[in-house]
Design a protein around this ligand. Structure first.
Ligand code: SF4
Ligand code: SF4
Length: 399
């Protein structure tokens, strides 16, 4: 296992972090605790020292699971990361209430890496007004948290202002070879690192989409490489190749994947991919973009839409639906993201489009946005949308 340092505090973190969002489950959907504990212990025994969870994962069961899994001396071997559910916070008191409950659930007296969860611009504005800076200062001063950061799913322009708004120790961003221009972007990664933040990366495989299943046309390109690696290893190695990245989180729930990731984490030095390998990844990226239903890059130039449609997120989910083939997950994510459940905002569904055409001239890819949105409605809305929104509100419960 290789380790990289968090710039501000010198902590040596394993470049592979264990994500507890997609633990193995039983048929009834509950965590298969025996197997999951074995996997967490195995990863730690093989050098992983960063474990990431959050309040809503596994319907609230991920944190207490991890608390139990880290008994028997494992707690001292790892840094725990968990997150303040920012969309559920209505007051300064809520922040303390969540953190104190999380310490109890995790059976620990401190959180090593505490994040304000899933920020987008308006959520940040809201939680900032509620006094999150004073809360984080206090939580650090009284030792309940050691390092504080934020995780981010918003637009690139909001990322920089959040980085600048507080003296963060680290941040957590979605980053992979298809998301260089999406969310925080490469620009955001470099900006955060230039400000001395440790950068943890989530979704290196874009929710598994880059590894399973691999479209045959993509696999053909991977096969051209002189060194044979799995699609997952290529995607991970590409992220680790960035010296600005400290840890890459992987939601590992199959023993073979854990072994594969551990092996890759033994060799993934920064800047270790050759120019020819980087070109190969570029070729794969281009192929994925050809296979996508829309060529949206997530640049957001088309925004804002006067009717409130979140065009890039609608198109991203639409692409993912076809590339991952995971209908249930993408349909659920569409309901959760576009209903405003994960922000303080109003609904942003594709069906709100009135075809005014104002977005058309702003799109550098010249996409027929209103027509694409019609297809999004067809594939991702439908009669069960309300039910999915209700389920999302239950999972990401507001109090
Ligand atoms: S065409 Fe639709 S998506 Fe585009 S700006 Fe008008 S309402 Fe918004
Ligand atoms: S629809 Fe066009 S302008 Fe809007 S995010 Fe996608 S590529 Fe950018």
């Amino acid at each position: 296992m290789l380790y990289r340092k968090i710039p501000g505090n010198g902590d040596k973190l394993s470049i592979l972090g264990f994500g507890c969002m997609r633990l193995p489950t039983r048929e009834d959907g509950t965590i298969d605790e025996e197997r999951a504990v074995r996997q967490v212990h195995y990863a730690i025994d093989h050098g992983v020292n960063y474990v990431d969870t959050a309040w809503p994962y596994h319907f609230g069961q991920s944190e207490p699971f991890l608390g139990r899994a880290l008994s028997d001396g494992y707690r001292e071997k790892v840094k725990i990361a968990t997150k303040l559910p920012s969309w559920m916070v209505n007051s300064r008191e809520d922040m303390d209430r969540f953190l104190n409950a999380q310490l109890e659930k995790l059976n620990t007296d401190h959180i090593d890496y505490y994040l304000v969860h899933a920020l987008v611009g308006d959520l940040w504005d809201n939680i900032e007004k509620l006094g999150v800076a004073a809360f984080l200062d206090q939580a650090k001063a009284d030792g309940r948290t050691i390092n504080v950061g934020f995780s981010f799913h918003g637009a690139g322009e909001d990322f920089k202002r959040i980085v600048d708004a507080y003296d963060w120790d680290f941040c957590l961003i979605q980053y992979n070879f298809l998301d260089e221009k999406n969310q925080a972007r490469t620009e955001g990664l470099e900006y955060a690192a230039s400000k001395g933040l440790g950068v943890i990366v989530m979704e290196p495989l874009r929710g598994g989409m880059l590894a399973n299943p691999v479209p045959p046309a993509v696999q053909e390109i991977w096969t051209e490489a002189p060194i044979q690696r799995t699609a997952a290893e290529w995607a991970l190695r590409w992220v680790w190749n960035h010296p600005e990245v400290t840890v890459v989180l992987s939601g590992m729930n199959q023993e073979t994947h854990i072994d594969e990731n551990l092996r890759a984490a033994d060799q993934a030095y920064p800047d270790s991919l050759t120019e020819a390998e980087l070109q190969l990844v570029k070729k794969v990226e281009r192929k994925y973009r050809e296979l996508m239903k829309s060529g949206c890059t997530g640049c957001r130039y088309c925004m804002p839409c006067p009717e409130g449609v979140n065009i890039p997120t609608c198109l991203e989910t639409y692409n993912n639906l076809y590339m991952s083939g995971n209908q249930n997950e993408e349909k659920f994510l569409y309901a959760a993201k576009l209903s405003g459940t994960l922000s303080t905002g109003a609904p942003e569904f594709a069906s709100q489009c009135v075809k005014c055409g104002k977005c058309l001239e702003k799109c550098p890819q010249h996409l027929g946005i209103p027509m694409l949105l019609e297809a999004v409605v067809e594939d991702l809305e439908g009669p069960d949308l309300e039910q999915r929104v209700a389920m999302a509100q239950q999972v990401f419960k507001r109090e």
